[in-house]
Design a protein around this ligand. Structure first.
Ligand code: GLC
Length: 798
């Protein structure tokens, strides 16, 4: 079934049927003021923290309500509906509606009995409030009088769990007041007030562009004994001018609009965690609703489209174009900015950045906004402990140089993380490498950055210490210990157990660092040491991790093998095979064999399972994936992050067809016309997809905020499209389906705009025969800065 389509020129997804299997959401603003909105106007808003700064109530996992509701009422007949299909749910043969989810805005456009409405929701650039602009148009032949009601349900206090469960307290700490064009909510009104009588906990809901005809600040009076589909206040055509006291606060404002035939008018509702003084200023700012909103909307679009324009691809595959140009890219920025802060699944309880997730998220935007990436790389380096490990959780309040660490009870208490994970700091290597390669900014390597607890060092020093940390945590065979987790949160291998995943990461890390090291006397000895140690690791990998047609997954703390052919369960794992290739550790023969095993033993039509057969009986003590249902999440589900690694690995091997096959299998947009399978949004990746041993294989879960965004992006950009920068310049080596005649790309590289034409008239899957700059042979495989100018045309003949 299809519920919508991609409007690529506008970079929008348009939902044409609001009855999607799950609420399909969009992201507005940033965690400074964040809002999530669905096609039925469901969702919530918060300031700084989804859990501790919640403004709007939302009931997770229920009916996608409440939301940012706007009701319309025909004053002559009393008939009423909503600007979004829900909550009123008028019959869809008469009520026409589409939702345009765009880059940081959502517009719901509906038409019912001669009245067109457009509800635009957004948070202006860098602002800490939200705007709902409603445009109403009379498309009929007679004059119409339309009542408009804006409604939002406010939490009683900022901690959303308190709001939901501690009713004996929270119901009695808040009141609402009416101030002419806005409702103010006060919380603990006598505490910590300043000279204006405010304590910084006020929220307001205001109306601009029309006078308020009636209002209520009390949910029970708005609803009466009805639900959101037929609130008493709307049915009555007038709110009762009541306020909240010892109950549930809301903002509900009513105005009446008269429209001549063909006429349209706009009003704006504004919501913020701010007091009366700010409310006054903001409502005044929107006195000319159209003008202000149009300018702000344009600004948002220019900002986001400007970023996404950094890479524009035009391949024969529409899914690839849609995802790489817009949706996967926008999701990468969303995960970068929001981390795992808030979604319809993440309820906002995380009080910081996960180390590995964040360092990986950076990789998804390096090709589009390296400056933004650099800032976050700095930040993450400053969250490395002096001995080289990454803090498992980096607090939002991170104060480099002064943080406590997992060695201290205080850290464990405040974060819940008692141990280091084996992979965290290893992610720094490809991330720093990619940044330096994209920009050529080698100076960054000498920048001095503090460590989390104490001490400081250059970026190179930070990377050295990350190597040291792993070196100091080796297991039985002298390969990296699995510690508390090794990317796979469910795999606890401990201080002696060993992880092939981290072994490959480590091998790769040493080689990447070696490549980045300045070729000076100062680093000569260290560079040699890295070369030797990397060779030693690889030798151990071959000796202890290779078995016939696969790399093993690891050794347990007791020395038992995980991921051997002989195992009745979990005999084959995706990650070590893909990472064998990505790290360049696998020999060509191992690479071919192991990736072939992946295809044979793990692949399904909806993507590659993480391992198989899943654990049911034959698990070891700390294999926590046993907690999950079969082929679900880490227990052999189609975990989506590793799909990106498989795409990259196949592309690096020059298997364009296979890489593309993997892309398509788990590509959200490829399910647009069978969206009932995935259920979640066809425009964003999810954390995992159900595997073959569930009743609904292909169903996807945990939308939006997932590392999948960045790994698949890297798999596409570096892998299939073949944009593989090195510190020296740009290498282009696509791996595409042999049927393609070629494709084009426009890419900004180190400040220069390049038009890249890939010619595959020979119908190869990979490999480059010729590289031309403006029609002349380049003479080298890497385009260095002196070889290219802004506006050049690069031809890659495959
Ligand atoms: C989730 C976590 C991520 C972890 C992965 C596999 O996506 O956010 O940190 O690597 O699961 O366990």
């Amino acid at each position: 079934m299809q519920f919508g389509y991609f409007d690529n020129p506008k970079r929008e997804y348009v939902i044409t049927d609001p009855r999607t299997p799950m609420p399909w959401a969009n992201y507005l603003g940033s965690p400074a003021y964040g809002a999530i909105v669905t096609q039925n106007a469901g969702g919530y808003s918060f300031v700084k923290s989804g859990a501790a700064g919640r403004i709007l109530r939302y009931t997770f996992n229920q009916f996608d309500e409440p939301g940012r509701y706007i009701y319309l009422r025909d004053e002559d007949t009393g008939d009423f509906w909503s600007a979004s299909w829900r909550p009123v749910e008028k019959p869809l043969d008469e009520y026409k509606t589409i939702t345009r989810h765009g880059t940081s805005y959502t517009q719901i456009e509906s038409e019912y009995r001669g009245i067109e409405s457009k509800a635009l929701y957004y948070v202006p650039m860098d602002a800490t409030y939200e705007v709902w602009r409603l445009e109403v148009k009379n498309t009929g032949e007679k004059k119409r009088k339309i009542g408009v009601f804006g409604y939002c349900e406010l939490t009683t206090e900022s901690f959303y769990t308190q709001d939901l469960v501690n009713l004996q307290y929270t119901q009695f700490i808040t009141v609402t007041e009416f101030h002419g064009d806005h409702i103010i909510q006060k919380i603990n009104q006598f505490c910590n007030v300043n000279e204006d009588g405010e304590n910084g906990r006020e929220r307001f809901f205001g109306l601009a562009g029309a006078p308020v005809a009636s209002y209520t600040g009390r949910r029970e009076r708005f609803l009466g004994t009805s639900r959101f589909n037929a609130p008493k206040g709307v049915a009555d055509g007038k709110l009762d001018d009541s306020l909240n006291f010892n109950g549930n606060p809301c903002g509900a404002l009513h105005t009446v609009i008269e429209l001549a035939p063909g006429e349209s008018k706009s009003v704006a509702f504004i919501l913020a965690q701010k007091g009366t003084r700010e409310a006054r200023k903001l409502i005044d700012r929107y006195a000319d609703v159209e003008k202000t909103v149009d300018a702000e909307w344009k600004e948002l679009i220019a900002y986001w489209h400007g970023k996404l324009n950094g890479l524009n691809v035009n391949t024969p595959d529409e899914d690839l174009n849609t995802m790489v140009n817009t949706w996967n890219a926008f999701q990468c920025f969303t995960t970068f900015v929001w981390s795992r802060a808030a979604s319809l699944v993440y309820c906002g309880e995380r009080n910081g950045y996960g180390y590995r997730d964040t360092v990986q998220d950076i990789q998804g935007i390096i090709h589009l906004d390296p400056a933004m990436a650099k800032e976050r790389i700095r930040f993450m380096l400053s969250a490395q402990v002096h001995h080289g490990a990454g803090l498992p959780l980096v607090k939002f309040t991170h104060n480099a140089g002064h943080e406590d660490t997992p060695e201290q009870d205080s850290y464990v208490k405040s974060t819940g993380h008692p141990h280091y994970r084996a992979d965290d700091a290893m992610w720094l290597f490809p991330t720093v490498y990619k940044y330096v390669a994209e920009t050529g900014d080698k100076d960054f390597l000498n920048e001095v950055i503090p460590f989390a607890d104490y001490d400081e060092g250059t970026v190179i020093e930070h990377l050295r210490r990350a190597i040291d940390f792993t070196m100091h945590h080796l297991g039985h065979h002298g390969m990296p210990a699995g510690l508390h987790a090794d990317w796979n949160d469910c795999l606890q291998l401990g201080a002696q157990g060993e992880s092939s995943f981290v072994a490959f990461q480590f091998y790769y890390a040493m080689n990447l660092l070696n490549e980045l090291l300045p070729k000076t006397a100062e680093y000569k000895e260290y560079s040699q040491w890295l070369t030797e140690k990397a060779a030693e690791q690889l030798q151990k990998i071959n000796e202890f991790f290779w078995e016939d047609d696969r790399f093993l997954r690891g050794y347990t703390q007791d020395g038992a093998v995980i991921g051997s052919k002989k195992d009745p369960e979990a005999a084959m794992w995706l990650n070590p095979q893909a990472w064998g290739v990505i790290s360049r550790g696998a020999t060509p023969e191992q690479a071919e064999k192991s990736m072939e095993s992946v295809h044979r033993l793990l692949n399904t039509e909806n993507g590659i399972e993480l391992m198989a057969p899943c654990y049911k009986k034959h698990y070891f003590e700390t294999a926590f994936m046993k907690l999950f249902n079969p082929t679900t999440k880490e227990n052999g589900g189609i975990f989506c992050q590793p799909q990106g690694w498989a795409i990259l690995a196949e592309a690096l091997l020059g298997h364009g067809g296979r890489a593309f096959e993997y892309f398509k299998e788990s590509c959200p947009s490829a399910y647009n016309d069978r969206a009932e399978i995935r259920e979640v949004e066809p425009y964003v990746h999810s954390q995992f997809i159900e595997g073959h041993e569930t009743p609904q294989p292909g169903r996807a879960h945990v939308h939006w905020l997932t590392g999948t965004a960045s790994t698949v992006m890297v798999g596409m950009v570096e892998g299939i499209l073949g944009l593989r920068p090195t510190p020296e310049g740009l290498r282009i080596s696509p791996a595409i389906p042999a049927e393609w005649d070629g494709f084009t790309m426009d890419k900004t590289f180190r400040g220069k705009r390049l038009h890249i034409v890939v010619d595959n008239s020979a119908h190869h899957e990979g490999g480059v025969q010729k590289l031309l700059v403006n029609g002349k042979a380049a003479g080298s495989a890497v385009l260095t800065d002196d070889m290219i100018r802004d506006g050049d045309e690069i031809t890659v003949v495959m």
